[in-house]
Design a protein around this ligand. Structure first.
Ligand code: GUN
Ligand code: FE
Length: 418
């Protein structure tokens, strides 16, 4: 790929406290990796071609740490229900369609195009139980050039017959996909037990063994809804908490682990999460839509827990991570009414979660510091308005009022996508 140089107004968050703004600067990229940012280009690059984006903003591409590809058509539908009824009435029937690879190919292509259009560079994705269509999802993402962890969903109980797997088959097919798709540099497998209620203890333990055998990451759902938490207590009476169910199966930080939601957690669980480096995924749109609750994200961050952001489409109704950033900030403000000492998230903190924070699950991703993958979006605004604003204000305005029409270019590891 060699050397590339881009010029524009570069904005990123090296830490949750710092919004770094490099006005009219150059970013030098070598083989897809950031080499440095320069206001004035050093002599040695003097004659290299520069892609000049003028007044536009260059931001890190977004990282969506939790999304269900098979629920893309379902966005906005059936959201007058809470989690358990939404799963059985809407989601399980919708996911059953993915037994048909023809249907899956079209749905997954449209999903991937929209993900890219909205400026997401990396995503951690749930497919469905279906091996063949999950394989297609790997291939479609590889083709389109986006970075992802993709998981075939495992579930062998508490689901309708048309979506229930035999335990042995679930494990075999998961392992076959790992072997078939394990070698790609950008699109990789992740173990994906749906959530504890839909997995037998035997299935969870076997998935934990696969995680260890292939040294693979894990993603699932945790403590999203009060009824769900109660259900896990009934299904696993010998385990002290929901988190212990995963931990005892080797699915809670023994390899890199993402747990979506994490709203209703005990002190013991917060300790397990922190000590094992489990990453919680805050999915604000989903938590509002399914009336699940508000993740006390400030409190969790204060306890040293790692957290990123997810769209959780289709419980979330948009793949636009700029909207997740804004909604996370808004919910953190509402939190004040329950906890007067709660300090709202700042824009830098929420943007960090959607870029470098979540990106750490992928390695050096989500920032423009030296050594980071050049994953970027280029943002354009109406110059009649943008021209009156500071760069920080233009950045704020994009997050709050912008959409995919403002994104004029997208890069993943230096390669233009979309
Ligand atoms: N818990 C188990 N499955 C799901 C799902 O598909 N979406 C959400 N939001 N929560 C879940
Ligand atoms: Fe989810």
């Amino acid at each position: 790929m060699g050397q590339q140089i881009f010029k524009g107004n570069i904005i990123f968050t090296p830490s949750p406290e710092e919004l770094k703004i490099c006005a009219k600067s150059h970013i030098v990229v070598e083989d897809g990796t950031v080499e440095g940012i320069y206001e004035r280009l050093p002599e040695k690059y003097g004659h290299a071609p520069v892609k000049d984006y003028g007044e536009r903003l260059i931001l890190p591409g977004f990282v969506d740490l939790h999304v269900h590809a098979a629920q893309f058509y379902q966005c906005g539908l059936g959201l007058d229900r809470e989690l358990i009824d939404w799963l059985s009435d809407c989601t399980f029937p919708a996911e059953s369609r993915f037994s048909d690879p023809v249907y899956a190919r079209e749905a997954y292509s449209l999903f991937a195009d929209e993900l890219i259009r909205q400026g997401t560079a990396r995503a951690c994705i749930f497919a469905t139980i279906h091996k063949e269509s999950t394989g297609l999802l790997f291939e479609i993402l590889q083709e389109k050039g986006i970075g992802a962890f993709v998981g075939k969903v495992n579930m062998d109980r508490n689901c309708p017959g048309f979506l229930r797997e035999e335990t042995e088959v679930s494990i075999e097919e998961t392992e076959e996909l790992i072997i078939q798709y394990g070698g790609h540099p950008l699109v990789k497998p992740i173990l994906t037990p749906r959530f504890a209620p839909s997995c037998s203890g035997k299935l969870l333990a076997a998935i934990g063994e696969l995680a260890e055998k292939y040294n693979l990451p894990v993603q699932s759902h945790l403590a999203e809804n009060r009824r769900e938490v109660e259900w896990v207590r009934e299904l696993f009476p010998s385990r002290p908490t929901y988190s212990d169910v995963y931990f005892d199966s080797g699915l809670f930080g023994q390899t890199p682990t993402l747990m979506a939601h994490g709203i209703y957690l005990t002190d013991r669980e917060l300790g397990l999460i922190k000590d094992n480096g489990v990453v919680l995924v805050h999915c604000p749109e989903s938590n509002i839509n399914l009336a699940s609750g508000i993740m006390p994200v400030r409190k969790w961050l204060g306890r040293g827990i790692r957290a990123g952001l997810g769209s959780d489409v289709g419980a979330g109704h948009t793949l636009a991570m700029s909207k997740a950033v804004v909604r996370a900030i808004q919910l953190s403000k509402l939190m004040k009414f329950f906890d007067p000492w709660a300090k709202p998230l700042t824009i830098a903190e929420a943007f960090y979660m959607a870029t470098k924070g979540g990106g750490s699950f992928f390695g050096k991703v989500g920032s423009f510091e030296k050594g980071y993958s050049f994953d970027a979006i280029v943002v354009e605004d109406d110059p009649r308005i943008a021209g009156r604003l500071s760069l920080e204000e233009q950045f704020q305005r994009f997050l709050y009022t912008g959409d995919d029409r403002n994104i004029i270019a997208r890069f993943v590891r230096g390669r233009q996508v979309g």
